[in-house]
Ligand binder design. Sequence first.
Ligand code: C2E
Ligand code: MG
Ligand code: MG
Length: 597
Amino acid sequence: MTHNHFDTPPIDILVVDDTAENVRFLSTMLIREGYQVRKAINGQLALTAVQARLPDLILLDIMMPDMDGYAVCSHLKGMPHTAEIPVIFLSALDDAFDKVKAFKVGGADYMTKPFHFEEVLARVKHQLAIQAAERKNHRLNAQLEDRVLERTQQLEIANARLLEMALCDSLTQLANRAAFIDRLEQALNQLRNQPESQFAVLFLDCDRFKIVNDSLGHFVGDQLLVAIAQRLKQHLRQVDTLARLGGDEFAILLTQIIDKDSTIQFANQILGAFIEPFTLEDHQVFINASIGIALGKADYDKPEHLLRDADTAMYHAKAAGKAQYRLFETTMHRTALQLLQIETDLRRAISQQEFSLNYQPIVALDSGKIAGLEALIRWNHPTRGFIPPSKFIPVAEETGLISEIGSWVLKEACHQIRTWQKQKVIDPNFSVSVNLSASQFAQINLMQQITQILAEAELHPSCLKLEVTESAIMDNPRLAADILSKLRQQHIQLSMDDFGTGYSSLSYLQLFPMDYLKIDRSFVMCLDGTEEQLGLVPIILKIAQTMNMQVVAEGIETSEQLAQLRSLDCDFGQGYFFSKPLTAEKVVELIKSGCQW
Ligand code: C2E
Ligand code: MG
Ligand code: MG
């Protein structure tokens, strides 16, 4: 057996005995076996030797002057760094050897003289083997502990990351809804304890964000959201919390506010921040936001309710014409619930075919004959009865359901007109007008959709008129210009609907030439046969004429109004005076009757 390997140090055995003969015998024998042996002739020297270098094993005589073997052993076992060294006691035949005591003080084994070579070697090896096994065990344990520690650290990092992800919006790195609710809860608790710790929640939703997304793509949409987040941040103080709730919705928690007025001031400041365009990589985008405000009150049970109320107020801001703020009032609740119900019901209405079209005659004022029809959607709700388009079209727009509804209207109207043409009820230049909402107008595939519908219905494009409002165009002028010119190429005619109610700017009509201008009912309503009440109508008519647009007066209800419009050379008229919107069956009867006004 060779222990003098280069890489593993030789096993070091300390032999402690006051009898020189024993020491010599044991060491000669062990060295021959390849062990390294050190010698000590009393207890004290033994301890010194151990301190100088820790041996792998000690052979320890019991009977020694001054300090006996038991004392040496107890001493070693009492110190942590020497406690593990295995000790084999040696006893002379005549010693009063106490085996029990030997083990009590920590001895590992014992041998009695005379020593037999084989036995000494066997016991030494046995102890060394036990020790090696223990060391290995120790090492493995330590490794295991290291690994557990490492795992724990990894887990902690992962957990922190998960928590971060759970509370952070990955796109903007802002707090997300969960984190915001958390903060809101804290603010609410604080308010309950300290009534002076006022706070407010602002719910912010971008206007027309969907249009940006649909027209420029999601990547640009995402860039825009990041830019908005950055701009909003600039207006916040350290104590405020800004969160992205999802989509184009952001929320702000203002703490340490003084009163309602300072909150409103802040809301105005935020609205002002949207005046400048957002400069993205390849685009400059103008976007507005609507803001709903809920002031913190101690009687709110849950933070979610505050957020809900701010959301409701935001909807009212949008309904009021966008780019505005609204403070939440308790009366707003009902309408919010109704809106939600309409949305749910609308989804079902599409599949259950609860929609139908009514047609209202458009009369040529010179001949007094019906020249065309405007298709107007009707929703017959199974339990709530008739719901007017003014109630559900805005919801359909907001939820995106409008594209499905709009395409159904187009198909139905084109199909109906074509059927009447085939039946020779109407002549070939009779047209149908279909309303397009702002978001429909911004759909990228609008052109494709219309062309396909016309082809399927085998209807000539000149029989279709599309009615768009001023806001549909002004919301996105560049896109509008593009679509308008494409529609024109296809010989589809265009009407500017509800003229006078929106931007009321005649100058932009030059930029967006249309075939027809529909003067809003509110202007026509004023006409009472007297000169004074003519108002803007003659001026609008003049301008339209100089721009080669034909004019349709909406909402004619009396013969006086009709007479006055005729005297002003207005081209077309529409209104209850001629006919209310009618079902397809009823309107075809009216046309067949050859009526004339
Ligand atoms: P609009 O395009 O300006 O349609 C004319 C509205 O005025 C219709 O209301 C019509 O019933 C009403 N009206 C017509 N003559 C008179 C009158 O003499 N007096 C009064 N008081 N009202 C008159 P309706 O059907 O409730 O539609 C309201 C609006 O809803 C429409 O205004 C249009 O903007 C929208 N809309 C209707 N159908 C559709 C549709 O299929 N798609 C889209 N996107 N919007 C639609
Ligand atoms: Mg219309
Ligand atoms: Mg109109």
